[in-house]
Design a protein around this ligand. Structure first.
Ligand code: ADP
Ligand code: MG
Ligand code: ZN
Length: 479
């Protein structure tokens, strides 16, 4: 039997406000433990929360950017449970009345647009952090750091519309791009500002009803989300094949072993005894404020991509990649402004540039090759100063040293050979050392031509102008 996975994702994104969601404490990361705290975020008696307007504005931005309906009335609720990182004994979240509902995000699956529904977006506060450990001096310890307690989050719940781990990854990348374009979240999974819980079930292909799902936690990179889903889908299929039932539960991704392990039975919403927080008034968001925020939205990934395809005549694949982050799109546009050959720039960015960035795990905003440096080099190719082949080495040098192409080419003597006499010399040598091939060529074995081009290039260390080599070689080989 064939099975089909069904996936729905819950993403927690940390909003980049300067202060926390219900108090004035700083959200600054990496400070000494428990220095960014006050009576409100540590749950002291008599303290009262006040909602951070900037956090609400950011959440509305995201709601609009994902085509959600912004609720004119939403309500903070208490989600009650005990955990040492939760000093109040409840988390302030939203339950019956979320801030935004019924939106969507489009991704591209096998060249076609696929729409993933957003069920809801709600605001909530983050919990603190526990630190467990053991040192020779202290024995085993557990510490709690409340600096993160009360940092604003949005939770974005997708519909069960995702059908493969790859689609899940694409959805997450798109959502993260939107958050980053809006400049409301850094989207860093490793630092935990962008976290994902994945709900997954399988069903026999063709069956309408969903199967029983499990919820996966503890994945701190896109790769791990995809891997955890792959593992879990296989595990569930194997269970069904054996006639067993999948149990609804929360499972943890074990990075080292590459497996998911049971963590706890699935809790239900009613277990949390949600009720409206009596310390906070309902959020009534006026239409005029929403419109004001709508007008302030930047150009978002989909729109930018469409513009790139039209204005620069780029294939969808190129446009998709080049608009995947705001910084990359800006880099591209700056290059095209300096060197108006859009497809050439795209090819270099998607090929050499991204390869180097990936190799040392850098984002483009820390790229040692600036748009000026890249386009200077493209101009040198265009003017025939260097060959396209040598340019690849020049680029690697530019990336490594941060120097300009012109300097590198001069110092390394990589200037293209346009001098016919020098190329003739190389041709003569290639022919003399391969008399048999010359004879074969003259007998009609035309394919050997490529071999001679290779020989001449080797002799000139790749510096000969290819067009000139072709012309001269054809002439010489003939007679
Ligand atoms: P809960 O309140 O228990 O977290 P929700 O109904 O809010 O449950 O759903 C949470 C997520 O699980 C959503 O993203 C939804 O799309 C997804 N989901 C719901 N049912 C299934 C299922 N059978 N298989 C896979 N995902 C599911
Ligand atoms: Mg949930
Ligand atoms: Zn505080």
């Amino acid at each position: 039997m064939e099975y089909e996975p069904v996936i729905g994702l819950e993403v927690h994104a940390q909003l980049e406000t300067r202060s926390k969601i219900f108090c004035g404490c700083s959200t600054s990361f990496g400070e000494e433990p428990n220095t960014q705290t006050c009576p409100v975020c540590t749950g002291q008696p008599g303290s009262l929360p006040v909602v951070n307007q900037k956090a609400v504005e950011f959440a509305i931005k995201l709601g609009l950017a994902t085509s959600c309906r912004i609720a004119p009335y939403s309500l903070f609720a208490r989600k009650n449970y005990f955990y040492p990182d939760l000093p109040k004994g409840y988390q302030i979240s939203m339950y019956e009345y979320p801030l935004a509902e019924e939106g969507f995000i489009d991704i591209v699956v096998e060249g076609k647009k696929k729409r993933i529904q957003i069920i809801r977006i709600h605001m909530e506060e983050d919990a603190g952090k526990l630190k467990h450990g053991e040192t020779p001096e202290t024995e085993a310890f557990s510490y709690v750091d409340f600096n993160r307690t009360g940092v604003p989050l949005v939770e974005i719940v997708s519909g069960p519309d995702i059908r493969s781990p790859q689609e899940a990854g694409d959805y997450l990348r798109k959502l993260r791009a939107i958050l980053q374009y809006l400049e409301i979240c850094t989207g860093d999974m490793e630092k935990g500002t962008f976290r994902c819980d994945a709900n997954v079930s399988v069903r026999p292909t063709g069956q309408k009803e969903f199967g029983t799902r499990t919820e996966l936690k503890n994945m701190n990179s896109f790769r791990h989300v995809e891997k955890a889903l792959e593992f879990e889908i296989k595990r569930q299929i194997a269970m069904l094949e054996d006639g067993e039932k999948v149990i609804q539960e929360t499972r943890l991704w074990d990075v080292d072993q590459g497996i998911t392990v049971s963590m706890r039975g699935k809790e239900e919403a009613h277990d949390y005894r949600y009720f409206p927080d009596p310390d906070l008034v309902p959020l009534k968001i006026g239409e005029s404020w929403v419109e004001e925020i709508r007008k302030s939205l930047p150009e978002l990934p989909d729109k930018k991509k469409k513009r790139f395809m039209e204005a620069y005549q780029l294939p969808e694949y190129d446009a998709d990649l080049l608009t995947s982050t705001k910084a990359m799109a800006a880099y591209y546009e700056e290059c095209v402004r300096l060197f108006p050959e859009p497809k050439t720039v795209s090819n270099w960015m998607m090929g050499e540039l991204l390869r180097e960035l990936k190799r040392d795990e850098r984002e483009i905003d820390r790229c040692p090759v600036t748009p000026e440096h890249l386009t200077d080099m493209l101009l040198m190719i265009k003017e025939g100063t260097i060959s396209g082949k040598i340019a690849k080495d020049v680029f690697v040098e530019m990336y490594r040293t941060g120097e300009r192409a012109e300097k590198i080419v001069r110092e390394k003597g990589w200037i293209q050979i346009l001098d016919g006499r020098e190329i003739e010399k190389a041709i003569k040598k290639a022919m003399e050392s391969n008399p048999k091939q010359v004879e074969d060529y003259r007998k009609g074995k035309e394919k050997i031509f490529g071999f001679f081009v290779g020989e001449v290039m080797k002799e000139t260390k790749g510096k000969a102008n290819p067009k000139l080599v072709n012309e001269l070689l054809r002439e010489r080989l003939k007679n």
